[in-house]
Design a protein around this ligand. Structure first.
Ligand code: GLN
Length: 304
């Protein structure tokens, strides 16, 4: 299969779609990103990589970071994580408050904001140097030592992140957040403000395409069954209340962020990241979804 030719074609075809949707501006520091950016990066577990467009420009990974934080928390506490989190699709927006009240502070899954806040709380309780170890983990799995969090973006979200603050306080009230709310929010905003390029993001998801093992280092991050479970969670919830539509159109587990990145994996084969900053009403990249849909159509890849 000529992946380079396929992604070159997709790049040309979806470029007009970068004019649709809206660059996220509810986090003020994100609003200045150029919507014309478009990059597609593919890594095969055997080592080949392919890229087209802006694959080396770092962007705000936002909710894609929830896959990394969940992996670290899952490594620390194993299946006990499910005492504090569900594994069901939410059917609600990523920042919704309603479910958390009537489901007594237990988030539906780790990828909605409420779930990621619980995951951040678990990391704070289980690691000695939580932020340092988290950042090292992300750098390690993406083989990119230049990765950092953008403190201006984190601060900007902290100033406007009242829904996240409300979620954290509500869950503290239900005793499902155990560390001081401020600390949990700071960790969460910092993880969301991590900046990575499409190439590093695609590389960082290779362990999920390779049964939990980083292919180029041989390091086992998760067991085979844990990696499969994480992929199942992404398929159900990685794109929030558009996850069903994404599974229908794309047929791969994936995770999006409001910075316009989407990463998807085809188990036992490859990972792919598309970045295009303008997002739809669900918070998912418009051109990104279309590019991935075309990728799985042209390559006939799908977990189904
Ligand atoms: N930091 C963002 C928020 O909490 C992440 C949302 C997202 O990428 N979907 O609102």
């Amino acid at each position: 299969m000529d992946y380079q030719e396929i992604i070159d074609r997709i790049y040309r075809e979806v470029q007009p779609l970068t004019a649709q949707g809206k660059v996220a501006d509810y986090i003020p520091a994100l609003s200045s990103v150029d919507r014309n950016n478009l990059g597609i990066s593919v890594h095969h577990i055997k080592g080949e990589k392919y890229g087209v467009g802006q694959v080396n420009i770092p962007f705000s990974i936002q909710s894609i970071s929830k896959v990394f934080s969940f992996t670290l928390a899952y490594e620390a506490v194993g299946e006990a994580i499910w005492e504090r989190l569900g594994k069901e699709p939410s059917g609600t927006a990523f920042n919704s408050l309603v479910q958390i009240e009537y489901e007594h502070g237990i988030p539906r899954n780790p990828f909605i904001n409420a779930g990621a806040l619980v995951v951040a709380d678990i990391i704070l309780s289980n690691y000695r140097y939580p932020w340092r170890e988290f950042l090292d983990f992300v750098r390690n799995i993406s083989n990119d030592d230049t990765i950092n969090s953008n403190e201006e973006v984190a601060r900007s979200e902290k100033e406007t992140g009242h829904r996240n603050a409300a979620l954290a306080h509500l869950m503290y009230g239900f005793k499902n957040i155990k560390n001081p709310v401020e600390e949990v929010l700071d960790f969460y905003f910092m993880q969301c403000a991590i900046e990575m390029c499409a190439e590093s993001l695609s590389r960082s998801f290779l362990f999920l395409a390779n049964h939990g093992v980083v292919p180029y280092s041989g390091e086992a991050l998760l067991s085979l069954s844990q990696a499969k479970r994480l992929n199942a969670l992404m398929l159900m919830a990685g794109l929030y209340n558009e996850s069903g539509d994404f599974a229908y159109k794309v047929g791969l587990p994936g995770k999006s962020g409001v910075g316009g990145g989407i990463v998807a994996v085809f188990p036992k084969n490859l990972s792919i990241c598309v970045w295009s900053p303008a997002i739809n009403e669900y918070g998912n990249s418009v051109a990104g979804i279309e590019a991935l849909k075309r990728f799985t159509s042209y390559t006939e890849m799908s977990v189904f």
